[in-house]
Ligand binder design. Sequence first.
Ligand code: AMP
Length: 363
Amino acid sequence: MKIGVLGAGQLGRMMAISGYPLNHQFGFSGNSNNEPSALLGHMFALEDNADNVESLVAFADVITYESENTDVEVVREINKDVQVYPGEKSLFITQHRGREKALFDQLSIPCAPYQMVNSEQDLIDAVDNIGLPAILKTATEGYDGKGQFLIRETSQIADAWKSMNGVESILEGFVNFKRELSLIAVRGIDNDHKYYPLVENTHHDGILRLTIAPAQAINSEVQKTAEHYMQTLLDEMDHVGVLTIELFETEDGLVVNEMAPRVHNSGHWSIEGANTSQFENHVRAISGMPLGDTSPTHPFSAMINIIGEIGPTDLALKMSNAHLHLYDKAERADRKLGHINITANTQSELNASIATLTDFLPN
Ligand code: AMP
């Protein structure tokens, strides 16, 4: 099949790398030939938005997207000619934190208390109802912790509202979590579902640094609960493709933070760490192929992000259990340039390999 991707970043790049062995071809929409996907398929330049989408649509048998910030109107138009997966409903809900939280409430999925905020007075009222500490976030377009303000005291309310630049926002109660986890699953056109194991994520300055897969010390009840939330969401949105949910593990159980209708950074470990990667399973799902086995290939895996600077990656190339993935991006502060996956048979092998790499990698 010819698969069209809205976007041309590293996610599209890794989808294409996984999709060529299945005899698929790829086309991307992007601004320049410098983007990570550019050399992996046909590029439909974005200079003229309308023509661009038309030529991508003419090329593709099915279309997917790399970002939940994709314009819903554009997807609606494309859908008249060619199927877009995940569908419009998944995109519409996941690109807005308020809609996402309302769906969690509707489906009895635990999430932080929240209130929508459109003015400083709204924020004062929301702080009254929710209490402090609380986090103010833009309703749309936030990523890597951007567009967020942690409010600890009422004296910060005016600054917090100012920092949102007047855009619709959401105040969320602060969740006292033990760990951050995520669950990645895939649903096929035929309603088959497959789940990866819960993984543990470590962030710094709002950016994911390390994923451990599977998350350690997770009992089967916790995995089952997370899968139940996931299945409810997949079915409600009639989702096709990969869906990711980010969760907080608390003393009182799991609390869902947010979801993404796409392959996710916390699933990159699956390229070598699972029998079928998240990328291949997304491609299989949207092209109507049977889904692949999601079980881990090794008892322990990890993914270390390469951020800002590439550093001495030869070190990883010399390690038999490390796998380097670079995205063909120029170095820039806080930019995700690549990642290293580690597979291991024991916890101590995993820890030693992570320590070796993190001692030398910048950031
Ligand atoms: P997000 O963009 O919603 O994923 O938020 C970025 C990071 O901020 C998360 O990975 C958490 O570390 C932290 N965070 C977000 N929301 C909350 C919350 N309600 N309570 C505590 N920490 C949060």
